[in-house]
Design a protein around this ligand. Structure first.
Ligand code: ADQ
Length: 470
């Protein structure tokens, strides 16, 4: 078996304790590496006044991590800049929020070069390199320029936007050209892969040599859809822990005679939180007879606070939650609980287990692991109902959820009403179909499919550079 080197912006070793592991990417990578004697390379999350290329290595939970510090300007221009002010909004269709600043682009290139220069000496012959997410798109280009010939794969955790949206990015051609320095590029869904292919064909003068093999910029590239999943076995184990059970019991006791509707998200404008709050408000307005029968709990820890758009949405959510409780609370009761804290994963599992409805309403989402966690946590004999946005990548696999358009408060309100009224046989039938997929298409299946496909690419230039057909 080849050694696997995983590269991502942040590295969260599977230590277990502490509060660090918010974010689907971190959870998935920890799980994926557990079985490999791999190396996980990335940014430490710390800054240093002057970049010195120093790598701090440690082995935690069977995974060796190699971390570098970045300069404050890197943090501003690369992480808060190009990654989170330019690419993240654009790839989530928020062109109105996308900021284009040449300095951000320069910072992005510089940090990718720094990653490559510090990583290259650690790479051994035959190592497979697996790069993750939008922060590091040009990493293969930088590694190739240093002479690295190993097989390198890239997985995009977020959506790939439609061609018309993507071309609003200045320098879009260069970014896509850099993707052709990989041997394999993976997307969450077939839809995102198609959007990428459309761009390559329409804008880059490329061609599809055969299904899943593209040629452009004088090279060929394998592409595929690899939907990410949960660490289902670990989640099942966690559900049985005393902490998870206690949290479930606490939440069940706090909602006697009421149905718990739960939402769990990083506080991000892509997650459709405002739309969700408005949908719940509409539900309360339209169903006076049901008002006392529900409690909605939204857990949303703040993230990326140094980016303005995140401060703004936080303010709007505070105001909306206040308005809903102001309007509908009674002296002995309120309908809505909004919490900005991070919880341990076992505690979250307990919250999901106590809920009758999981409400997941992103406006765009690469996959959305919360939807899968909710399903995994349900009692098989009396499961809750998942309401899921059709714009989450997860909706492609989870058709038995109640699929909604989050832009419509009416659709959210109607789905809530339907979920609460749904009889047990229908809940069990829908849940069973969902659970089977969550269990089978889990993080191990995802990792094996991706790494297997990468291993299947011929070493050192089998597909790269291309012998272009005339
Ligand atoms: P995220 O945008 O972070 O991930 P998601 O897939 O929903 O979104 O994962 C969030 C994770 O954070 C879940 O595991 C959840 O349990 C955890 N979490 C959320 N709130 C928490 C809290 N209060 N306390 C503790 N944990 C919390 C990105 C993409 C997604 C894609 C993943 C994986 O945006 O579309 O599914 O990567 O590829």
């Amino acid at each position: 078996m080849n050694r696997l080197i995983v590269v991502s912006n942040r590295v969260n070793p599977p230590a277990g304790e502490g509060e660090e592991s918010v974010g689907g990417l971190a959870m998935a990578l920890a799980a994926a590496l557990r079985q490999y004697s791999g190396l996980w390379f990335g940014w430490s999350g710390q800054t240093t006044p002057e970049f010195d290329g120093k790598i701090s290595m440690q082995t935690v939970g069977g995974v060796t991590t190699a971390l570098i510090d970045l300069e404050p300007a890197d943090l501003d221009e690369y992480y808060n800049g190009y990654a989170n002010r330019t690419l993240w909004p654009l790839f989530h269709y928020r062109t109105d929020l996308a900021a284009y600043d040449r300095v951000y682009g320069e910072g992005y290139s510089r940090v990718n070069r720094r990653f490559a220069e510090t990583l290259a000496p650690l790479i051994g012959e035959g190592d497979l390199i697996w790069v993750h997410d939008y922060h590091l798109i040009p990493l293969a280009r930088e590694l190739r320029s240093l002479g690295v010939k190993n097989r390198i794969g890239f997985f995009l955790h977020i959506p790939w936007p439609a061609h018309q949206v993507f071309t609003t990015l200045p320098g879009h051609g260069r970014l896509v050209e850099a993707m052709f320095d990989y041997d394999l590029v993976g997307f969450q869904t077939a839809e995102y892969r198609q959007a990428f292919e459309e761009y390559v064909l329409a804008e880059a003068g490329g061609a599809e040599l055969q299904p899943g093999v593209l040629t452009a910029f004088g090279r060929t590239l394998k592409v595929g859809a690899f939907p990410i999943g949960l660490d289902a076995a670990d989640f099942a184990r966690m559900l049985k822990t005393p902490r998870a059970r206690r949290m479930r019991d606490v939440m069940t006791a706090a909602t006697v005679f009421r149905h718990l509707v739960v939402g769990v998200d990083r506080l991000d404008y892509s997650k459709g939180l405002e739309e969700r709050f408005l949908g719940f408000e509409r539900f309360l307005a339209d169903n006076p007879d049901l008002r006392r029968e529900v409690l909605m709990l939204q857990i949303a820890p703040v993230s990326r606070e140094s980016v303005d758009a995140y401060q703004e949405i936080r303010g709007r959510l505070d105001a909306l939650s206040g308005r809903i409780n102001g309007e509908y609370s009674d002296v002995d009761w309120n309908p809505f609980r909004y919490v900005n804290r991070t919880y341990r994963r076992d505690e979250l599992a307990g919250v999901y287990a106590a809920a009758r409805v999981g409400l997941v309403t992103p406006l765009r989402d690469g996959m959305n692991l919360v939807a899968k966690e909710f399903v995994a946590a349900q009692d098989p004999d009396d499961p809750g109902v998942l309401i899921l946005s059709r714009f989450a990548g997860a909706a492609r696999q989870m058709e038995e959820a109640l699929l909604i358009n989050p832009n419509s408060p009416e659709e959210i309100a109607d789905a809530l009403k339907r979920a609460i009224a749904m009889d047990r046989p229908e809940r069990v039938r829908r849940w069973k179909a969902l659970f089977e997929k969550v269990e089978k298409e889990d993080v191990t299946a995802w990792r094996d499919a991706f790494v297997g496909a990468l291993e299947g690419v011929m070493e050192s230039g089998g597909t790269r550079p291309a012998a272009l057909a005339s």
